[in-house]
Design a protein around this ligand. Structure first.
Ligand code: DC
Length: 639
């Protein structure tokens, strides 16, 4: 179980892991090629390990050398002899190698984990069969394991149903340069995830093969094999989805790369969608720069056929968008590492979203989100995407976080480098209920809590005890410079003395308002408050007068509580255990303090422009707490 800390604005640069789909394509092609290839920037994760281990078992030498993958090409042979390989959960390894080993002498049994034995492979077996390959399906209902009897791959025309997975077409394309004659591949529509086919062709061409579209559904591949290359692999666009969505939903700016301008990676299709939702996107060379505006994200309707792996991340972004997001043409998501449509319905619903799904679409809306423990269904993309939901919804935890190792073992470490602790700011006049609300909120969301009034009160107590004239700013400032003020577990400390009770007197209240108007005092205490938050790590609730306007102006969750002076006076009198006859006097004192706090020159009491302003005069406290909690998740005042 991994608890996710909520985040404020995102800030950082992410060096993406190498593209999984390009790494596994380049590995198969380099293994078939003549000569030794070097792959720079290759992905090091479970899925590429499955491919490397499988190629080694087949008899092809593939190894890491100073961060590069070295592949000693087999000149179209891929080793010889009978062998069994276990691809674990790697779909590309299962599909690509089933096709590739048709040119190899010997029998190869290809098997995988339980989920792999549920993922279909029959369409690929049939198209290879049309070209003379001899493949037995050993599993039930067209599922792995399969047994390939090679070598046998003639040329000619073959028809493929490409509606379930583009990986079948890619698998056949990559082995085709080693067929006896040219291959003409006719794809039956609809062709799913077409950009992945273009990606395959691009890598094939880099290694010297000829493959091209001869019409919207026809591909021609010329025989002639591959030659080895030194090949630089782009960052993984599917992986980029998570930091990009993080900035889109939390605000701030993230930079991700390397993703070259002309990249064919299918999941880059997510970038213009996030722009349509309200994020700003710029490019700096090979780097994509996304700046989010979390309170103005709007829902979208998108056909996701061309960017299937981005759907899970986009579904999480949709949680925080205004309106109903509709993602269509996604039937093949049911055949991924998990049944992703079902997994999304169950996990998004746990967070309070309204989700409906059909065979090939999903509709997502949300009104009242709440934290939950997420079951990633052993699917790396579900785990990675819902961790982003946890950056907005405090209290989310991810079960089985290690499943991210399939494509990004360092995922959670990366997240830590781009998040900033969430600071919820609660400002408002005295007696308005800031402390009650802050404490309840901190408890509900498991956040730290800092009551900054205590610091000003501590300073005031020290000034009174030293017998200084409150009007003598220089003397007050000098005293504060040499004072050790701290808030420790809710206790107010002055020079290591616990003064929690002493600072609550009416005399200290009045003096604190004066002392807090001295600029040097504010400077010192603001610095102390910022340091306290940094040291505390995770998220925090900070209450005071100027927290949203001055101390943490970048906070995405600023709250300003107000209430009529008479109402606050009643609350104060109750809190301090005073008599009802004290109400008018306390009301007058509060009014005088409000006046001073709001009209002082430095950091006057006022709501930040983007604060949620709540008049709590006639609201029960539970209602106030719920409204603030909802705002912390929605981060949009007025909702
Ligand atoms: O919240 P409180 O009543 O304990 O605050 C005591 C005084 O401290 C209040 O009159 C104004 C001042 N204060 C401030 O100026 N800035 C803050 N962030 C918190 C308190």
């Amino acid at each position: 179980m991994k608890r996710i800390h909520p985040s404020g604005p995102i800030a950082g640069t992410v060096r993406l892991p190498g593209s999984k789909s390009i790494t596994n394509r380049a590995l198969v092609i380099a293994a078939l090629a003549s000569g030794t290839s070097r792959l720079h920037g290759a992905l090091r994760a479970d899925d590429t390990k499955a491919m490397i281990d499988s190629l080694n078992r087949l008899g092809v030498a593939v190894y890491w050398d100073e961060g590069d993958l070295v592949v000693e090409g087999s000149d179209g042979r891929l080793g010889t002899g009978d062998v069994g390989i276990d691809v674990g959960g790697s779909g590309t390894t299962a599909r690509f190698l089933t096709a590739a080993v048709t040119v190899r002498s010997g029998q190869v049994v290809i098997d995988g984990n339980r989920r792999m034995q549920q993922r279909p492979i029959g369409d690929l077996v049939r198209v290879l069969g049309q070209l003379g390959a001899a493949i037995e399906v050993l599993g039930e209902a067209d599922r792995p394991p399969v047994k390939v009897h090679g070598p046998a791959l003639s040329g000619g025309v073959a028809m493929l149903d490409a509606s379930r997975s583009s990986q079948y077409a890619s698998a056949l394309l990559m082995v085709a340069p080693y067929a006896d004659t040219d291959i003409i591949l006719e794809l039956q529509e609809p062709v799913v995830s077409r950009p992945y086919i273009d990606q395959t062709i691009e890598v094939m061409e880099t290694f010297g093969a000829q493959a091209a579209w001869d019409g919207p559904t026809t591909l021609t591949i010329t025989t002639g094999g591959y030659q080895s290359r030194d090949f630089a692999i782009e960052g993984d666009a599917s992986a980029a989805a998570y930091p990009l969505v993080a900035a889109a939903v939390c605000g701030g700016t993230v930079k991700v790369g390397p993703l070259p301008e002309g990249s064919l990676q299918a999941d880059l299709g997510l970038v213009p969608i996030l722009e349509r939702m309200g994020a700003r996107v710029d490019r700096q060379g090979d780097t994509i720069v996304l700046t989010g505006h979390p309170s103005s994200l709007s829902a979208v309707t998108e056909d996701m056929n061309a960017a299937p792996d981005a759907v899970v991340a986009l579904a999480v972004a949709a949680l925080f968008a205004r309106g109903t997001t509709s993602l269509t043409n996604i039937a093949n998501l049911r055949l991924k590492e998990s049944n992703r449509i079902d997994a999304l319905v169950s996990e998004l619903s746990k967070l309070g979203a309204e989700v409906t799904a059909g065979p090939d679409h999903i509709l997502i809306a949300s009104d009242d989100l709440r934290p939950a423990e997420i079951d990633p269904h052993n699917d790396h993309r579900i785990a990675m995407a819902f961790a982003i939901a946890g950056l907005r919804i405090p209290g989310v935890a991810i079960g089985d976080p290690d499943c991210v190792a399939k494509t990004w073992p360092e995922y959670f470490t990366m997240l830590e480098t781009i998040v900033t602790p969430l600071v919820v700011t609660i400002d408002g006049p005295g007696g308005v209920g800031k402390s009650t609300v802050s404490e309840a909120l901190a408890a509900r969301f498991n956040l730290g809590h800092l009551e900054t009034g205590g610091m000003y009160r501590a300073a005031a107590l020290a000034v009174l005890e030293a017998g200084l004239d409150l009007e003598d700013e220089a003397a007050v400032a000098e005293l504060i410079d040499n004072l050790k003020v701290g808030i420790d577990d809710g206790r107010v400390m002055v020079n290591d003395r616990d003064v929690t009770a002493e600072v609550r007197t009416e005399a200290v209240s009045a003096a604190s308002s004066r002392v807090s108007a001295v600029p040097r005092v504010r400077e010192a205490l603001v610095e102390l408050q910022r340091r306290w938050v940094t040291k505390n790590g995770g998220g925090v609730v900070v209450e005071g007068r100027d927290i949203g306007t001055v101390v943490f102006p970048d906070s995405p969750a600023k709250v300003y509580l107000t209430a009529l002076p008479e109402v606050r006076a009643v609350r104060r009198v109750r809190d301090l255990g005073l008599a009802e006859s004290d109400i008018p006097r306390i009301a007058a004192e509060l009014a005088a303090r409000d006046e001073r706090d709001s009209t002082r020159e430095v950091s006057p009491l006022r709501p930040a422009d983007d604060a949620l302003v709540l008049d709590t005069s006639s609201m029960p406290i539970e209602e106030v707490i719920d409204a603030v909690a909802r705002f912390v998740i929605n981060r949009a005042p007025g909702e």
